[in-house]
Design a protein around this ligand. Structure first.
Ligand SMILES: Cc1cc2nc3c(=O)[nH]c(=O)nc-3n(C[C@H](O)[C@H](O)[C@H](O)COP(=O)(O)OP(=O)(O)OC[C@H]3O[C@@H](n4cnc5c(N)ncnc54)[C@H](O)[C@@H]3O)c2cc1C
Length: 585
């Protein structure tokens, strides 16, 4: 197996991975950086982010307000030292992107424009029309090209971390074009592999979001934190799951049920503001968990609209007018026309909540370090504890930047004065990966189909670990996912070829999703309270006495994970009541 020696290996070339690579190269031009990605960088999910990125910039806004929105929005499960660091770094990072060429929308006077976003009580979301992620990723990608020390390994599938003497010292990956394995020996590894929303059937997530990075760290001994917190976005297309950005509501779109009623007023999100007038009350700008839960209640009451794609509510943007829609929401108009044949200028569009984001992930501290020395993580795959129990829209794109950079700085600190690697020991670890892959090819007694196991996993996650959960449903979910993990070992690889074997990659991705799904269901069963995105019908209240703490899941092979807890860091905002009935300016 070919060995590639490098200083820092990064797995993932989305927003977090690219930001980390740039920070490494800028800080120490002599460092050798390997940027490994299973897709070409511009195909990473960051590219599809639409709405924008939050950072305090306007005179009527303040760091304290961004802090309060984030800590309260996260239902007080965020570590407040982390939130503090984040809010101060956010505008610096967004300005840095501006200097690298990101085309932020402008006010008439030339200053940066901001738009309102759910759960943010001030306008602070920077945007580039409704293609913010595309422009951010493009800016990072083109900037990364300036640095000869960044070597890209596009279409390399990351497999296992190489751990020796308790330190992470590299990773194995498969060159997808040839099917050949490589081992990367590195003094530090940064995982930036993105989320895993694809374990659910309805998701805004691209097909590549299968939790590989999380599973890789988890299997190597790093705990996964707060995995039970899975965010549903209230406005997805009912057939494809494609996202209609929160900016639809930020710009004034309204949600109505089959009777034409703006039903959010019935769920503590403020009295109705006349349509077309400036948004004075929270209403459609409530946080995502609350708006998604309101849909569920409307469904129970029989207030949803039956469509050929199932039950929906309606998102109405007609009053915004064609000119404004084309200026601010061109992609949304295009998506609705292409996938549902609805012109949002003329008709309301049917939508339903869809899985969007994982608050949980690889446990890191505010320096983006995992408990394994030499292993760092940033972006959606990490849980640095910024988002708590519910992420606010537009905080994630900034999280990638802030903690992508932080991971790079921590990696540089870590590699100073490290002893030389024991390459023999690393080679021996890499052989384990080879054996694992050879074993998959050699399996002849498979009785399970990959698509069958995947479908059962997805259906179970939606049914048993969806917007609302119960003891009984979760117990069933835990059992089914546990069984599926055993059955996964009997899935047969039908395509035995080497070149771009998509059958193999899907099988590996399914393994990652199953490991993550078990951490989600087991964590959810153990958390007997309702907080943010984790809502239990049988434990309807938040229980700060017992559960103001992070769930930590430790990998135990084919057995369910061991669950432990970690205290939440509270610095200045004690847990309080989340109030979204008030004014929104
Ligand atoms: C449709 C949509 C719209 C969104 N809109 C917004 C928004 O407006 N504002 C906001 O703040 N957030 C938004 N989000 C959330 C945000 O975009 C994501 O959380 C964020 O972009 C994730 O970035 P990342 O760098 O962590 O991962 P990604 O961009 O997903 O990149 C992951 C990288 O990891 C690589 N990778 C994964 N597994 C492997 C493997 N096994 N081997 C090698 N490489 C691997 C991939 O190739 C990829 O390069 C949105 C999300 C979606 C889905």
């Amino acid at each position: 197996m070919e060995t590639i020696s490098t200083d820092v290996a990064i797995i993932g070339a989305g927003g977090a991975g690219l930001r980390a690579a740039i920070a490494l190269a800028e800080t120490d031009p002599k460092l050798r950086i390997a940027l490994i990605s299973k897709v070409y960088p511009m195909r990473s999910h960051t590219c599809s982010a639409e709405g924008g990125a939050a950072g305090v910039i306007k005179p009527d806004d303040s760091f304290d307000l961004h802090f309060d929105d984030t800590a309260g929005g996260g239902d007080w499960l965020s570590d407040q030292d982390c939130v503090e660091y984040f809010i101060h770094e956010a505008p610096k990072e967004l300005l840095q992107l501006e200097h690298w060429g990101c085309p932020w929308n402008r006010e008439a006077d030339g200053s940066v424009a901001v738009r309102p976003f759910g759960g943010m009580k001030k306008k602070r979301t920077w945007f580039a029309a409704d293609k913010s992620g595309f422009h951010i990723l493009h800016t990072l990608f083109q900037t990364s090209l300036q640095f000869p020390s960044i070597t890209r390994y596009d279409e390399f599938f990351g497999l296992d971390l190489l751990i020796d003497e308790g330190r992470c010292q590299g990773v194995t990956a498969m060159e997808m074009r040839s099917g050949e394995l490589r081992q990367f020996h590195a003094k530090a590894v940064i995982i930036a592999g993105g989320g895993g929303g694809r374990m659910f059937p309805f998701s805004t997530n691209g097909a590549i979001k299968t939790g590989d990075g999380m599973a890789m760290a988890y299997r190597a001994g790093a705990p996964l934190k707060d995995m039970e917190f899975v965010q549903y976005h209230p406005t997805g297309l009912p057939n494809t799951g494609s996202l209609l950005t929160e900016a639809c509501r930020g710009e004034g779109g309204i949600l109505v049920n089959k009777n034409g009623r703006r039903y959010l007023q019935d769920y503590g999100m403020g009295p109705e503001t006349p349509v077309g007038k400036p948004q004075l009350k929270t209403m459609e700008l409530g946080p995502r968990d609350r708006v998604s839960q309101a849909y569920w209640h409307e469904l129970q009451k029989g207030n949803t609209v039956s469509t050929q794609w199932g039950e929906c509510v309606l998102l109405d943007m007609r009053h915004l007018g064609e000119k404004y829609i084309d200026e601010r929401l061109p992609l949304v108009r295009e998506l609705c026309a292409s996938y549902l044949q609805v012109d949002i200028v003329k008709d309301p569009v049917p939508i339903r909540p869809v899985v969007h984001y994982m608050m949980g992930g690889i446990s890191t501290n505010t320096k983006a370090a995992t408990p394994i020395p030499g292993l760092f993580a940033a972006g959606e795959c990490a849980c640095v504890s910024l988002n708590g129990a519910n992420r606010l829209g537009s905080n994630s794109l900034v999280e990638l930047l802030v903690f992508g950079r932080r991971a790079a700085l921590s990696a540089i600190e870590h590699i100073q004065g490290l002893p030389a690697a024991n390459t023999k020991a690393l080679n021996a670890r890499a052989v384990e990966t080879q054996k694992r892959i050879d074993g998959l090819y050699a399996r002849t007694n498979g009785t399970e189909s990959m698509s069958g196991v995947r479908k059962e996993m997805m259906d179970t996650m939606e049914k048993n670990a969806g917007i609302y959960r119960t003891e009984e449903g979760l117990q069933e979910g835990v059992k089914i996912i546990h069984d599926l993990r055993q059955r996964y070992d009997k899935v047969i690889l039908t395509d035995k070829s080497k070149v771009f074997n998509t059958d193999l990659f899907q099988m590996l991705e399914l393994g990652s999703m199953l490991d993550c799904a078990e951490a989600v269901t087991v964590g959810a069963l153990a958390r007997k309270e309702s907080r943010g995105a984790h809502q239990r019908l049988d434990y309807a209240e938040r229980d700060d006495n017992k559960f103001l703490r992070h769930t930590m899941a430790y990998f135990k092979g084919l057995e369910p994970p061991r669950i432990d807890y970690l205290d939440v860091v509270i610095t200045k905002s004690p847990p309080g009541v989340r109030d979204y009935s008030g004014d929104h300016k």
